[in-house]
Design a protein around this ligand. Sequence first.
Ligand code: GCB
Ligand code: CA
Length: 888
Amino acid sequence: MSKEKKYRIGTYLILIPAILFLFPKVYAQHESKTINDSWKFYQGECKAAASATYDDSAWNSIHLPHTWNTDAYTEKKYYQGTGWYRRTLTLPQNWQTKQVFLKLDAASKAATIYMNGRKIGEHNGGYTACTFDITPFCSFDAPNSLAIHVDNARQDIPPISADFTFFGGIYRDVWLTAVPKQHFHLTNYGSEGIFISTPQVSEEKGTILIRGEIKNDAEQKASLELEHIIYNPDGSIAQTQKQSIQIKGGELYSFRTETAPILSPRLWAPEAPHLYRIESILRDKKTKAILDHSNHHTGFRWFSFDGKTGFSLNGKPYKLRGICRHQDQKTIGVALTDEMHRRDMKLMKEMGANFIRISHYPQDDALLEMCDKLGMLAWEEIPIIDIVPGTPGYAENCENNLREMIRQHYNHPSIITWGYMNEILLVTQRRYKKEEELKPVLERTLSLANRLEKVLKEEDSTRVSTMAFHGSNSYNEVGLGNITDIVGWNLYQGWYGGDLTGFERFLTEQHKKHPSHPMIVSEYGAGSDKRLHSLQPHAFDFSIEYQQKYLEHYLPILEETPYICGGTHWNFIDFSSALRDESMPRINNKGLVYSGRSPKDVYYYYKAAWRQDIPVLHIASRDWTHRSGVQHGKAPVPLPVKVYTNLPEVELFIDGKSLGKQKTENYTVTFQVPFSRKKHFISAQAENKESDQSISMIEDALHINFTPIPANLNETNLRNLELAVNVGSNCFYTSDESQLTWLPDQPYTESSWGYIGGESRNSQTQVENTHDGPLFQTLRNEIEGYCFDVPNGVYEVEFLFTDIFRENAATVYQLGRESGVESRENIFDIVINGESVEENFSPCRESGYFHALRKRYNITNFRNKIEIRFPVRNGKSFLNGIKLRKLY
Ligand code: GCB
Ligand code: CA
């Protein structure tokens, strides 16, 4: 430690007693605290609850943050309606001379606030804060009753359509603030009333512009002094600015101060997020008593987006390595604590991301604070999604939400762009096919976009505007393509449709057509489910392996195409989308981390690619620790084991024995590993050369369990075998409930087992009556039979059926994807070794469409073979799963 620093600490030590002495006098003026505890909640309508004397003793006791929609994890039709929150507020006597404010950080989607039976005000918008001056409603003789009516069913407030759950409730903090009569303007669209920007910024010098308003809530005029102290990132004072203010009673006074240039400012960047602090102090001019007091951070950074060269930060080309982030977590919904938001930011940072798309709505202040402090550039947006409805008041609410978002988060240097529409033509075009129906919807969409663009620029000229489009050129055709400064493309080639290479083809084409338009790939992703694994993964099988394959294709293109500013992966988390079915009903499982935030293996692909500052080596099989495979004789079963790494070469070991070294390509190395035992110890090693002198060994290791399934079934290997087959699927499926693995299907060959005839089909509709949905969602259509060449004995054969042959509207979020399933009724027999065990069997009659059905038969095999046939009576035959066990 330098001498100078020691000396400084010494001075601070001497100052501390003096500060402690001064503190209560100086800072007690502006008091702010959360009132998250001691609330009562009622779900439903209860008009009388606004009244001061209403008896809420029968209501539930809750604390904030709170949502009433934990049902969205089980119900498609989660509760969208109203709820009431009540609590009492006992105010300190010394607040009588003050101005008192109530702030709701978020109540979804709309809130009406009552105090002592009187209406204070209302707020429309579920993702932005609102502040009310409650002074005239406050009582100091008796406890006050506070009642808040919340509604998440409103159709005039965005979002009204989207692929996520519109959780209802007061799900962020509620604050109570008391300040002297002269104070910063606290009812300015939920902001703190102070706006900070850096009008001049370069490596040589930067200035800070501080704007805001002061309110005098007294009747008399006041003489005030406003001081801004600018602190360097190291805490030392850079400058102070002082001004005198005369303000009449009831008046609002605007101030605007630009600092003198700060020379060679320390720049803000994700790699070094240096923050300058601005402390604004409002004093009584005469007594010097502090009236109000406020702190903000700012950072010196500049950026540009270019259609040809992409994004640049502080004058240098810079790739935006981003993720989109939803804000929920199973099973608590959106009622996350601040530390949970911070945890997410740390996980993203740890992964190496430098950019976040705060999607699809403004998020918690705790998140924004971390963007600034950890260094994460940000895109924030309001939730106008899928379609612009004609509902009266909608556009007005959009405009207000936009102003609120910008004013509330204006001071965060991390934010570089504001957005206001996502895939706005998606539902528009699906719903209105006829030209004359479509026309007025397009007109109001364009008119809202133009209106919001104007508001955005009026509110903030220091950042750029953006919109996100789905992969259709119509945005350009209808004139939405050139409204915002930059455009985001949400691209899912190789997922919802087309093949993986469609991604680069789409980008190339757009770039050719609009070479000057800066582009971000604002979404791309594929779903994955830890229960599903495949050696031949394909789109929509929800295997962990297809998600990896998809992302391993997309990321290099994003990294290597200079005109692409960057990408934001969809989504950081497996998030709640109550309307969705697929492999995990109610969940969109495109996350890089699970809903509980434990990373999927593919998280480490990103980490390997993006963290160049540390060695990354991860055996990508945490999601697949229970493996199974078909074994020929006693030969080991070769199965791939992948390693994600940013080191040049990896050596892999099985139970201590080396499988040799391989060179890394695209941050991956894949070994064919011979599995033969119940449990193997797999380890990986790689040299990390920090310099010529210093080489260290980086290691990772894990256990993988293995269950071999004999290709040829005989007396000895059958005894304890449970041969379970995921019929119609390329995937291994391991049940969460039983841990049993169902093998991918195979065609029958002599002396082995497998299906005869038919073709694979699948459905994305939820299957009722089971926890093993994915097993039932795949089937073999028009199957003729199934055969096991097994020795004589007594066997148990189990069939799994679910009739999926009913047209079921695919959700709009399956973008271009059609289910392709025709409606029909299927009736067939089940014949085992020549004997009918079922005649005129109709799975849908027995249990209903999309219901899981399991049928088990004990049979005695005299033919050294179990041959099953499905003669058809009506429609077609099918089979979803089959299981064989030898009993005797
Ligand atoms: C999109 C939407 C997003 C969805 C996502 C998906 O394009 O913008 O809200 O969740 O696709 O997973 O389909
Ligand atoms: Ca199946």
